[in-house]
Write a protein that binds this ligand. Structure first.
Ligand code: GAL
Length: 344
């Protein structure tokens, strides 16, 4: 067996918070020793490309579709904006202020796992569609909001804002053009159905979207989860027929207490559990933010937590931490270990 890992190719300094090279791939037979497989998806120098150098490309994930025999990569994209948006000069890219208003899911496809991936395009998921779990409430809220023809540009007061987000103000605002998709993850279930989970609605509410059978688009089925809960950095796994989700709070590159949740169906209801991290520095998730959960090869029911340690001032110095996950009942627990081995 062989394992593959994909990640943003980071550069030194703050330039590395933007993508100027692409998505890098490594492979390993034992999860200890890694081979550089090169750049799987290359950023483009055509200024009209959606993935022109300097675009923000985050959290790329790859899944295999057995029906089409293609490797499918989804990623979070933020287009360049402003007067220098079409310049491929590194000095211009470096100066541009990161702009996170695009919030789109990008798609690339390859015949080989290591690439080259062909960039297909990007979208805001499920435009014009209501979720499975709260359509009636949203329709009623929409009717209420539409009494004011200028509701989309209405300035909400602080106390109104939180309530409005929970009820789906941002969801309805984005209804026609599609839902925001920022921090994202992919999950393939035992029945081969695949899902894209993402921070949506200005990050306030999490969405879980079913992909179509090719994994290259959306089936139209999705749910809103944790309205007003601000979940980022999602990672799903399944244990004993139950679905688990790790996530973080919303504090940019700075780490915060981890979060965990469980559900009997991917569609919920999702129950929030405790911070899975215990002991010293658990309030920073051991200086990490969840990125993936790896089922331990050959050991069903055992999982490895993978977290990013971001260093935005010198992005190339960002690292991963990997730690084993144990369970106390349904609560996943992660303890700090200076050293551990996959074989134990
Ligand atoms: C984090 C997010 C990262 C990145 C960063 C930018 O909250 O998890 O993926 O988007 O914000 O500030």
């Amino acid at each position: 067996e062989k394992y593959y890992i994909f990640g943003e190719h980071k550069m030194g300094g703050t330039l590395g918070n933007k993508a100027v090279v692409g998505v890098h791939c490594y492979s390993s037979k034992d999860l200890y020793n890694w081979t550089d497989e090169g750049i799987a998806l290359k950023m483009q120098s055509d200024p009209n490309s959606e993935i022109v150098l300097g675009t923000i490309l985050e959290r790329p994930k790859v899944i295999y579709n057995p029906k089409t025999k293609k490797y499918v990569m989804w990623m979070h994209l933020e287009f360049r904006k402003g007067p220098t948006a079409k310049s491929t000069d590194i000095a211009d890219i470096l100066k541009e202020k990161p702009d996170y208003s695009t919030a789109r899911a990008g798609l690339a496809v390859a015949d080989k796992i290591t690439g080259p991936y062909k960039y297909i395009g990007s979208l805001r998921p499920n435009a014009g569609k209501y979720p499975l779990n709260c359509a009636e409430e949203l329709k009623a809220y929409k009717a209420e909001l539409e009494k004011d023809p200028n509701w989309k540009s209405k300035k909400l007061k602080k106390d109104e804002y939180k309530k409005a987000m929970i009820k789906g103000f941002a969801f309805l605002r984005d209804f026609d053009k599609g839902q925001m998709s920022r921090d994202m993850t992919l999950f393939v279930d035992d029945d081969s159905k695949a899902y894209l989970g993402c921070a949506s609605e200005d990050n306030s509410t999490f969405h879980i979207h079913e992909l179509n059978s090719d994994y290259t688009g959306f089936s139209g089925k999705f749910v809103r989860v944790f309205p007003g809960g601000y979940h980022e950095a999602p990672a799903f796994f399944k244990k004993g027929g139950k679905y688990y989700m790790f996530s973080s709070h919303c504090t940019g590159w700075a780490p915060n207490p981890g979060r965990s949740a469980v559900a009997s169906s991917i569609w919920g209801p999702w129950k929030e559990l405790a911070n899975p991290f215990v002991g010293a520095d658990s309030e920073t998730s051991f200086h990490s933010q969840s990125t993936y959960v790896l089922p331990v090869p050959g050991k069903p029911g055992q999982f490895i937590y993978m977290g990013d340690r971001w260093t935005p001032k010198n992005a190339i110095d960002g690292r991963y931490i990997w730690l084993p996950i144990r369970f106390e009942g349904e609560q996943p627990v992660i303890e700090w270990l200076d050293e551990w081995g996959i074989e134990n």
